[in-house]
Ligand binder design. Structure first.
Ligand SMILES: [Zn+2]
Ligand SMILES: [Zn+2]
Ligand SMILES: [Zn+2]
Length: 270
């Protein structure tokens, strides 16, 4: 399984779209791994998680063929994860040579937002389907299970457990501390790759996102609970500009913990 990190920032991007803080100014001057766009990941070029507003940039920057994507799993409706209007660009007249439908999966708020954006054009180009927590979708190549997040009390934000080619991945953002029902489900699994929210960096913990301490806590509970395969890897991502940490600061913190700091364009083979 090839996991391609297309974006690794929180909602504002890094540097922030309109932000003039010292931290964003430093990122602008450094460039490279300190430039973070809104979050998404692509698995084996056909399974995508989230459709952020920076998707065209991702396609251009990394030379992606997004016409190959067959399945799009959406975590929640926040604007950094779902720009539903982009789905229109897959309809006839906007996209040529795409014969298969893009199957879009999300909770009811996601379905509604996508319908509002593109109407009901038929399922041959974009097929929108509601999923609920603990439901498993078999895409034909992967088995994807939706798990409850702890992120926005006004919607059923989802995390995803993905099994493909004998490997397993847990896509764990956006979320604060994991709900116990998610822990219960995960406790019967062994994970090869775990991707976690680290929006708050070393700032105090807030409910809807994780910080460094919380990421380490989840890693420890997974390890102690036998949820990690031998050689399992853990990734921290979705960093806010407010944390005041550049990529080098984050790796100085996470390298000793054997946790990978995600950056835009990073590819991991699982
Ligand atoms: Zn987010
Ligand atoms: Zn800033
Ligand atoms: Zn969010």
């Amino acid at each position: 399984m090839k996991v391609h990190f297309l974006g690794t920032a929180a909602a504002e991007g890094f540097p922030g779209l309109f932000c003039r803080c010292a931290h964003c100014a430093e990122a602008r001057s450094r460039g490279g791994r300190d430039i973070r766009t809104r979050s998404s990941a692509l698995i084996d070029e056909t399974l995508k998680i989230d459709l952020p507003p920076d998707t065209l940039l991702h396609m251009l920057r990394d030379g992606l063929d997004l016409g190959k994507v067959t399945d799009l799993f959406v975590t929640h409706t926040h604007s950094d994860h779902l720009r539903a209007e982009e789905l229109e660009m897959r309809l006839p007249g906007y996209a040529h040579g795409v014969e298969h439908p893009l199957r879009v999966y999300g909770h009811d708020g996601v379905v509604r937002k996508c319908r509002e954006a593109i109407g009901r054009p038929g399922d041959d180009r974009v097929a929108i389907r509601r999923i609920v927590p603990f439901e498993t979708i078999d895409t034909g190549e992967a088995r994807v299970t939706a798990l409850p997040a702890n992120h926005d009390p006004e919607e059923t934000c989802l995390l995803f457990h993905i099994e493909k080619d004998g490997k397993t991945l847990f896509y764990g953002h956006d979320t604060g501390l994991l709900p116990e029902e998610t822990w219960t489900w995960l406790s019967a699994r062994r994970l090869d790759l775990v991707i976690l929210d680290c929006t708050n960096g070393n700032l105090p913990f807030t409910g809807g996102h994780l910080n460094i301490e919380a990421v380490l806590g989840i890693r420890n509970r997974m390890r102690d609970g036998g949820m990690l395969e031998e050689g399992a890897r853990m990734v921290a991502t979705h960093f806010s500009h407010n944390i005041g940490l550049l990529h080098a600061d984050l790796t100085a913190i996470f390298d000793p913990e054997d946790i990978i700091v995600a950056y835009d364009g990073m590819v991991l083979q699982v």
